[in-house]
Design a protein around this ligand. Sequence first.
Ligand code: PLP
Length: 444
Amino acid sequence: MNDVASSLGANDLEALWKPFTANKQFKSQPRLYVAAKDMHYTTNDGRKVLDGTAGLWCVNAGHCRDPIVKAVREQAARMDYSTAFQMGHPGEFEVASKLALLAPGELDHVLFANSGSEAVDTALKVAIAYHRLKGEGTRTRLIGRERGYHGVGFGGISVGGMVMNRKFYGSLLGGVDHLPHTHSLEHNAFSRGQPEWGGHLADALEGIVALHDASSIAAVIVEPMSGSAGVLVPPMGYLERLREICTKHGILLIFDEVITGFGRLGASFAAERFGVVPDMITLAKGITNAAVPMSAVLLMGEIHRTFLDAAAENAIDLFHGYTYSGHPLACAAANATLDLYRDEGLFERAAELEPYWEEAVHSLDDGRHVIDVRNIGLVGAVELEPVPGKRTKRAFETFLGCFEKGVAVRASADIIALSPPLIVERAQIDEIVDTLREVLKTID
Ligand code: PLP
């Protein structure tokens, strides 16, 4: 260890530049977790914090679950790594088969990556290449949506619709259009579950097709429920309509289910919950219960077949992949996680808890500063009236206040998002909501 390294301890916070963090504020008031179990974190000063956000929408089965810990530990000792290119290991086939069984419709093939951002870039590339192999090489345009979040790669921020994630980074991908987002305080504030207003907004896709012609459009990508932008629940009929228009014009439909997958909406995927099957699903987070980074693209057999049919014997069929695609530790974690979800019936548990959750979060409808409350599955959002000229201040202070009182919530702009692990107990739902209500009373 060199002198500099040996002089640095866990208490020296300078070297690390934390992502999506107010670094100046953080370093003046650091918040450190040192352990986690089931529904709670432990801070470095020994306090327990109830996890109201499943980490970052990812620890769906609760923290440090024994079967997952055991599986990762054993795999680390047995085989640390094997290359994904031209070689395989049993774990990756097992996870892929389980995902194919879990997924709706003919989404029966799987490509692995390591993060949601990588899964999104993978899906966008596959969509463009697929059309080219089908003899429709003019289909290169990608359609995203305002307020969409698809990670931080250039593909993801290009189709994404959150201005702060885009505006600093140049001209982004060319040939991208955006659908309007579906949230309206005027028309669908305080909706319970899917809003009744807004299904017609899917028709904007027809306008984009009329402008550019279908022959130029490769894919539409949307989160079935926008998570990071503050929980925008799809209006009734909206996803069905998008599906219809995509099918009519030969456009691939991609659901980004990085948040909505693995029980968050009380079903394996949002596609199952809403009964709308896309051509590809991107997933990450809950696949390993966040124990090891992993993501994937689920795609229709027909897409996979097109690539294989185009390749000569002994020739590579997809020029894409990552050093750590299907990493053995990630596969061990995913296999154990998928078994745990099944054995404990956690997706069904989320569905059963949904009515209680809905009542609890909507008890905040008349909370201080609250201008909207929305919910679906085990997701809730409380939107606060912004302080004039100081956007984000109120939600950030609410987040800090809840943390002080032992509950982790997530602040996104002026919205507090809630998404506890699916093992949450009713009393813990009450604790999350009551803490939030009390903290809102104390902030300006
Ligand atoms: N897509 C969606 C819908 C997400 O919510 C996220 C992350 O929250 C991503 C993509 C990016 O995932 P990652 O941070 O693992 O790159």
